[in-house]
Design a protein around this ligand. Structure first.
Ligand code: HEM
Length: 255
């Protein structure tokens, strides 16, 4: 059912009053506006990314590959925009950032529920991250649901099993062995081969985002500790080793 849209304005449709009323700098420093808007736009892109990701998981589960690839291609393009937006933030100099960094208190991107949910729903399920949100909070509930529901990696594993691959377990080794067979005979397993490359696109873009984040962080705060309490850039550099689909990377060595 469509709501009555007679007399609807652009501002009504987009809820611009709420959206444009949500930038509230805590200091008088010119550059704080950019800082807020970069974070907010990334949260919006992450919302859309999650929307496509939930859809893609369902489509892969149903074996509707062509439609899933369309959603996954959109995810990759969103990731590219998110990575590119670091270039805008890197115009923030260390001197300017230090003028208002104190207003953030302990606020940090580390607390972004949507970022963690994206990791979980792609396949990087690290249950410990749930504990940083209080019992009963909406963030905690959303992450618990994401932990319980199948990830894109789970859905892809299911697709391998449905195609007849006999996985003795769901270890990286067992998955890598199955994917290796797909890569050794791409004509025979073309859907799965294409699926794997789309998954790798997403993984690749995730690492690119992380790399650009740590580079921007080094450029703006050097090796200072983060507002969220971590060691800062050294912590972020460790996250560069994370892979969503380690089996798809390791099979390349054995090909
Ligand atoms: C001046 C700009 C920024 C600086 C200096 C910065 C710094 C940091 C640091 C030091 C951490 C590690 C946790 C901590 O101790 O706080 C972190 C984590 C994180 N930041 Fe940023 N950040 C910046 C901008 C952004 C932006 C624009 C986003 C986009 C939403 C973002 C998203 C994240 C996420 C998702 C994490 C968690 C990463 C993980 O655990 O893998 N950051 N950031």
């Amino acid at each position: 059912m469509t709501a009555n849209s007679a007399g609807m304005t652009y501002a009504d449709y987009l809820d611009l009053k709420d959206l444009l009323g949500a930038q509230r700098p805590r200091s008088d420093h010119h550059d704080e506006m950019l800082f807020i808007i970069i974070h907010q736009t990334k949260e919006l892109w992450m919302k859309e990314l999650l929307h496509e990701l939930r859809f893609a998981v369902r489509l892969v589960e149903q074996g509707r590959f062509a439609e899933a690839y369309k959603a996954m291609a959109r995810i990759s393009r969103i990731q590219a925009v998110m990575t590119l937006s670091w270039d805008v933030l890197s115009t923030l100099t260390p001197v300017d950032y230090l003028k208002f960094r104190n207003v953030l208190g302990t606020a940090s991107g580390f607390q972004s529920e949507q970022f963690r949910e994206i990791e979980f729903r792609l396949g990087l399920k690290e249950p410990n991250f749930v504990n940083q949100y209080p019992e009963g909070s909406t963030e905690r509930a959303a992450l618990e649901t994401a932990l319980a529901e199948p990830s894109l990696r789970d859905a892809a594993t299911g697709a391998l099993e449905r195609a007849g691959f006999d996985l003795k377990d769901r270890s990286v080794e067992a998955l890598a062995a199955a994917w290796l067979q797909v890569y050794r005979d791409p004509e025979r397993w073309f859907d799965l081969y294409e699926l794997a490359e789309k998954l790798l696109d997403i993984d690749d873009s995730m690492v690119a985002w992380r790399q650009k984040h740590v580079l921007t962080v080094e450029r703006i705060i050097g090796n200072k500790p983060g507002t969220g309490g971590s060691a800062g850039a050294p912590y972020l550099r460790k996250t560069l080793e994370k892979r969503l689909f380690p089996e798809l990377w390791s099979l390349r060595t054995d090909l």
